[in-house]
Design a protein around this ligand. Sequence first.
Ligand code: ATP
Ligand code: MG
Length: 350
Amino acid sequence: MPLIAILPGDGIGPEVTSQARRVLEALGLDLQFEEAPVGGAGYLAAGKPLPDATLALAKRADAVLFGAIGDPRFDALERRLRPEAALLAIRRELGLFANLRPATLFAGLEDASALKPEVVAGLDIVIVRELTGDVYFGEKGHRTTMEGLRQGFDVMSYDEGEVERIARVGFEMAKRRKKKLCSVDKANVLETSQLWRDVVNEMSVQYPDIELTHMYVDNAAMQLVRRPTDFDVIVTGNLFGDILSDQASMCAGSIGMLPSASLSAWSGANGMYEPIHGSAPDIAGQGKANPCAAILSAAMLLRHSLVDEASALRIEAAVAAALAKGARTADLGGSLSTSAMGDAVLTELQ
Ligand code: ATP
Ligand code: MG
């Protein structure tokens, strides 16, 4: 029986993951759930943001459903004890190298987007961001002083294996969608991007049905605002993906609607699934948070880790149907509580 680790975390994390759990339970699948504290809650329970038992559970599980972490009470702690440290540690321990961020605009929510309704109507794209390489991760960067002038260096690097495994995720994703893959780089100036482009082109012969395009990141940023619905799947590196995925989420509307997945393989392997929003301390404990991002994250969990596309689609259809009937939390201009929104989705699931 598949084991789902639920790590609710801080702030609204527990409020939204409990609704996602209800939805998973209502599917009538043979699933087993186990919860453990993480983030500020982990620090309170065991003196560190990622308690040993929590990490062990995450590793043992078939998939991890994550809430949110961050708690202003712990902002003054040293970095390794702060709630946010848990996220990086789990990513590393589970080998999660691919971050998937769908930006979907559900019908009726066009006004929630930062863009004009007619520009974003029907928006349904996925950004696939590489999560382990590129210019991040400190050991390659350093600071010095040269003739009295302070200098900082960061090293951007990719090897072909790293590009191949993320490109694979992009192609596989496009294969199951509208068969369009846009690879985003800066190959006019960066060596890493030229390698990236070569590797993606070489892989494309294995995917003759996929329409592959390449775009420079500056142009991609512009096109995402101008005609976002032209995209299907975007695959890109860590730094560009960091920026573009936040930009895309604003095209899609409320932060309370957007799920994400972090994968160690395209499918059938352990992964971590979480809303893109944070712990939202300003509304925590008030029962106001929109649980849809967490519920849609559970759908991604079923799709990727449990390879159950049919159940994933059932959840996504239930969310769409609840919204179509007018179910709205406060962030969407409505007045439903977190659990009432969960009820509305459950009703559509039956
Ligand atoms: P982090 O650093 O963890 O990303 P943050 O403060 O930058 O935290 P969020 O916690 O995502 O960002 O909150 C940003 C804003 O969005 C807040 O005003 C919050 O109340 C709102 N918000 C976030 N998630 C939700 C949600 N699920 N439902 C309703 N409002 C939300
Ligand atoms: Mg934030």
